[in-house]
Ligand binder design. Structure first.
Ligand code: SF4
Ligand code: SF4
Length: 156
């Protein structure tokens, strides 16, 4: 039987309901990520309005099936502008994170969804619920940047 993600070492019981983001320990902060992979999609931003559109063109390091970064520990050696999400940076980047993102939800005072692995107890529930990017991204080395707007996703 697979252990629930919520029972991983270092996590306080249902910490996401009781511990403020800036009081979570490192294990809790990492466990908040549902593994959807959406934040690894390339985005287009209107410089005047700040409006953001996600595309299905994925970062070169994203594995389109596992929805995980292929070089998470060393990713900045390959992708220097990869955003480092922390309690300090979250307020500045929350505006473009997808509406399903656990960090954004808690930042906005919203609960985690039933399909979040911490809630469901199933690491694959984010994929089974159709929330992740599994199976529908295209690698950025296959699409020139000037064509990204042809791959905009209307609702993410
Ligand atoms: S969008 Fe949020 S929950 Fe999804 S992979 Fe990125 S940080 Fe994790
Ligand atoms: S470097 Fe890794 S974590 Fe950063 S956007 Fe790319 S795939 Fe995602």
């Amino acid at each position: 039987m697979t252990r629930s993600p919520a029972d991983a070492p270092g996590l306080r019981r249902r910490f996401w309901e009781t511990v403020p983001l800036n009081r979570m320990n490192a294990a809790e902060w990492e466990a908040l990520c549902d593994g959807c992979g959406k934040c690894c999609l390339n985005k287009l931003e209107d410089a005047d309005t700040g409006e953001v559109w996600f595309t299905r063109v994925a970062c070169r390091l994203l594995d389109g099936e596992t929805c995980r970064c292929g070089q998470y520990e060393n990713r900045r050696a390959f992708v220097p502008d990869c955003v480092f999400l922390s309690p300090a940076t979250l307020p500045d980047v929350a505006y473009w994170l997808p509406g399903t993102c656990a960090y954004k939800l808690l930042h906005d005072g919203q609960p985690l969804a039933d399909w979040h692995p911490l809630v469901s107890g199933d690491p694959d529930s984010v994929h089974k619920a159709g929330i992740s990017v599994r199976g529908w991204t295209v690698p950025e080395f296959e699409v020139p940047e000037e064509d990204w707007e042809d791959h905009i996703i209307e609702d993410l």
